[in-house]
Write a protein that binds this ligand. Structure first.
Ligand SMILES: C[S@@+](CC[C@H](N)C(=O)[O-])C[C@H]1O[C@@H](n2cnc3c(N)ncnc32)[C@H](O)[C@@H]1O
Length: 273
């Protein structure tokens, strides 16, 4: 487990993932019944853009930083920027909230977050980052194992964020396969599965596997800021949603071309399917 999200926080991939995450949370809150969020690979919670990691790998400067003072971004992105602004009260972008922090800030009293983080240092940081409250649970637990052990949640509704580091070469296929038993137990949950975009054919194969495992209602959004290639730096990402909330496709139709232009480093583009 060498992956540290601090080197990547706030990059183009986080912008897409976290904007979609917030849309999903807002959609779940449209109904009064409480829900649960399972964040299987939660990270450390907060990221400091003045840290050594961010200085060595300032991906955020070509990510959220380019959007920070944009006059009128599309609603999906405006909502995301407002959420990040709430952690940067003086208006200077320095603190970046990761997925468990964004989720916690957007829960109601009866909604629950279960965040799993296996790396000991990241887990300790996450425990410090999140408030001590009954509806926020942090586990030093394997996220894959949590999918089996913690679903369906007692609330019977909710969101599952699957955001592994993809350090192992077979992690994409294994993630798709993990959906099978999970969907059997919690088929009507909203799933947000993040994937690196290095090869379109690899993602198409992962989508086919996810469908074979029982994913029926799906939406995939890809964003790349330069031409993707199997080797080299990550220049694109893909979010695959199962049971996507109403309105997300339309919101992405506006947001993706905006992001492709605003974050471009060459041959940028997007895809929605
Ligand atoms: C991409 S980062 C998570 C970023 C976070 N979801 C966000 O959006 O802010 C992946 C995290 O998964 C952790 N991790 C790796 N393997 C894991 C496992 N089997 N179970 C839980 N966490 C794991 C890594 O330590 C890393 O912090």
């Amino acid at each position: 487990m060498n992956y540290r999200h601090a080197f990547h926080a706030g990059n183009h991939a986080d912008v897409l993932k976290h904007a979609v995450l917030l849309f999903c949370l807002d959609a779940l809150k449209k109904k009064p019944a409480p829900f649960a969020v399972l964040d299987t690979h939660a990270g450390r919670g907060f990221y400091d853009f003045q840290s050594e990691e961010a200085a060595r790998s300032p991906e955020w400067q070509d990510g959220i930083s380019r959007l920070w003072t944009w006059p009128e971004p599309p609603p999906l992105i405006a909502r995301y920027l407002d959420a990040v602004r709430s952690f940067n009260a003086d208006g200077t972008l320095r603190t970046y909230p990761g997925s468990p922090v964004l989720a916690t800030a957007n829960l109601r009293d009866d909604d629950v977050l279960i965040a799993c983080e296996l790396h000991p240092e990241e887990h300790a940081a996450l425990k410090r980052a999140l408030p001590r409250q009954a509806n926020v649970q942090v586990h030093a637990r394997d996220g894959w194992e949590a999918l089996g052990a913690l679903l369906p949640p007692p609330q019977r509704r909710g969101l599952v964020l699957i955001d592994p580091p993809y350090e192992a070469p077979d992690e994409l296929t294994n993630s798709a396969r993990a959906l099978g038993p999970t969907l059997k137990r919690f088929g009507h949950g909203v799933y947000l599965w993040w994937r690196p975009l290095k090869s379109e054919s690899a993602l198409n194969a992962a989508d086919a596997e996810a469908r074979a495992q029982g994913a029926k209602e799906t939406l995939r959004a890809d964003l790349w800021v330069a031409q993707p290639s199997p080797e080299g730096r990550l220049v694109g990402s893909s979010v695959f949603l199962i049971n996507p909330p109403f309105g997300l496709r339309d919101a992405l139709k506006v947001a993706l071309p905006f992001l492709a232009e605003a974050l471009t480093k060459g041959q940028s583009g997007w895809r929605l399917k």
